[in-house]
Design a protein around this ligand. Structure first.
Ligand SMILES: Nc1nc2c(c(=O)[nH]1)N[C@@H](CN(C=O)c1ccc(C(=O)N[C@@H](CCC(=O)O)C(=O)O)cc1)CN2
Ligand code: MG
Length: 302
C-alpha cells in the first residue's frame, strides 16, 4: 500500500520566513521603513500565551518591530478598544492583531471592528472579509492563506476544476478558505455539523481541508485515493500511554486520523508541523504587505 507525501509545513514556513527577512531588509534599505506588528493578549490562556510569544519572536527574527500588549483577564471591552484605537493612530504600528479567544465579557466582533482594516493583519475585519468574498485585494486570514500556499506547492499554481471540500464554516478558517479555493476556480463544497452523508461528500474531494476542531473525526475511508488533505485542527487529547494520561499528559492531534488517512491520500499535512507554522509565517507576510500598501510601495511576491 502506498503512503502519502507528508507536507512539511514547518520547513515551508521557515523558507517563507527566510525570504520575508530578506524583503524586510530590502524595504529598510530602499525606503527606510521597518514594519511594526502589535499583538494584544487579554488574559492568561496558556495556549494563547505560547502563540503570542512565538509571534513576537518570529516578528523580531524577521527584522520587524514587535509591540506586545498584555492586559488582565478582567479587562473591559472599552479599555481594549481604546488600546486598539491608539494602535490605529500609531505610525510605528503597521499591523494589529488581537489574540483570540477573548474573555467572555468582551465581544470579539466589536473589537475586530475597531481595528483599522489597513492594519488588520489577521484579515478578520468585515471590510477584509467582504473584499475576500468579492475577490478584491485586501488582507487574507493567515491560516487559510497558509493552506493555499501549501496546496499550490503540492499541486502547482493551477487548482482550477478540482473538487474541494472545506469541513468547517468558521469566519477564521472555513469561510475564507472556501473563498480562496473558489477564487482559484475549484468546485467548492462547505460541509459542517449539519451536512448529510458527510463521509460521502469527503470521498468526492480532490482537496480536503478539515477545520472542525474535532479530534481525528475524518477517517481514512472518508478520503478519495490520491487526494490532498490539509488538516487545520489542533486538538489536545490524553496521551496514548495510560500512565502518562493519568498524570494529565496530552498529545496533539488534528481533525484527521493521520495514520489511516496517510495510507489513502496523495499528500497530507501532519499535526503538529503542518498548517500551524504557516499561520505565523503568513502573519509576517501580511504585516509586510500592510506596511508596503500603507506606504505606496510595491508589495514583493512571497
Ligand atoms: N488573532 C488570532 N487568534 C487566533 C489565531 C489567529 O490566526 N489569529 N489562530 C489560532 C491560534 N494560532 C495563532 O494565533 C496558532 C495556532 C497554532 C500554531 C502552531 O504553530 N501550532 C503548532 C503546534 C503548537 C503546539 O504545540 O501547541 C503546529 O501545528 O505545528 C500557530 C498559531 C487561534 N487564535
Ligand atoms: Mg483605509
Amino acid at each position: 500500500m502506498s503512503q502519502a507525501r507528508i507536507i512539511d509545513g514547518k520547513a515551508f514556513a521557515q523558507r517563507l520566513r527566510d525570504r520575508l527577512s530578506l524583503q524586510v531588509a530590502a524595504l529598510g534599505e530602499a525606503h527606510g521603513l521597518q514594519p511594526g506588528l502589535a499583538v494584544v493578549l487579554v488574559g492568561e490562556n496558556p495556549a494563547s500565551q505560547v502563540y503570542v510569544r512565538n509571534k513576537g519572536q518570529a516578528t523580531v527574527a524577521s527584522g520587524m518591530r514587535s509591540f506586545e500588549h498584555r492586559l488582565p483577564d478582567t479587562t473591559d471591552q472599552r479599555t481594549l478598544i481604546d488600546l486598539v484605537e491608539r494602535l490605529n493612530r500609531d505610525p510605528a504600528v503597521n499591523g494589529i492583531l488581537v489574540q483570540l479567544p477573548l474573555p467572555p465579557q468582551i465581544d470579539p466582533a466589536a473589537v475586530i471592528a475597531a481595528i483599522d482594516p489597513d492594519k488588520d493583519v489577521d484579515g478578520f475585519h468585515v471590510e477584509n472579509a467582504g473584499r475576500l468574498a468579492l475577490g478584491l485585494p485586501g488582507l487574507v486570514p493567515c491560516t487559510p492563506l497558509g493552506c493555499m500556499m501549501l496546496l499550490n506547492d503540492v499541486l502547482g499554481d493551477d487548482l482550477s476544476g478540482r473538487r474541494a471540500l472545506v469541513l468547517g464554516r468558521s469566519s477564521i478558517v472555513g469561510k475564507p478558505m472556501a473563498s480562496l479555493l473558489l477564487a482559484a476556480s475549484c468546485t467548492v463544497t462547505t460541509a459542517h455539523s449539519r451536512t448529510r452523508d458527510l463521509a460521502d461528500e469527503c470521498r468526492r474531494a480532490d482537496i480536503l481541508v478539515a477545520a472542525v476542531g474535532r479530534p481525528e473525526m475524518v477517517r481514512g475511508d472518508w478520503i478519495k485515493p490520491g487526494a490532498t488533505v490539509i488538516d487545520v485542527g489542533i486538538n489536545r487529547v490524553p496521551s496514548l500511554d495510560p500512565l502518562a494520561a493519568s498524570e494529565g499528559r496530552t498529545r496533539l492531534v488534528g481533525d484527521v486520523a493521520f495514520a489511516e488517512a496517510a495510507r489513502v491520500a496523495g499528500a497530507i499535512t501532519p499535526v503538529p508541523g503542518g498548517v500551524g507554522p504557516m499561520t505565523i509565517a503568513c502573519l509576517l507576510l501580511n504585516t509586510l504587505t500592510a506596511t508596503c500598501r500603507q506606504n505606496g510601495v510595491t508589495v514583493p511576491a512571497p
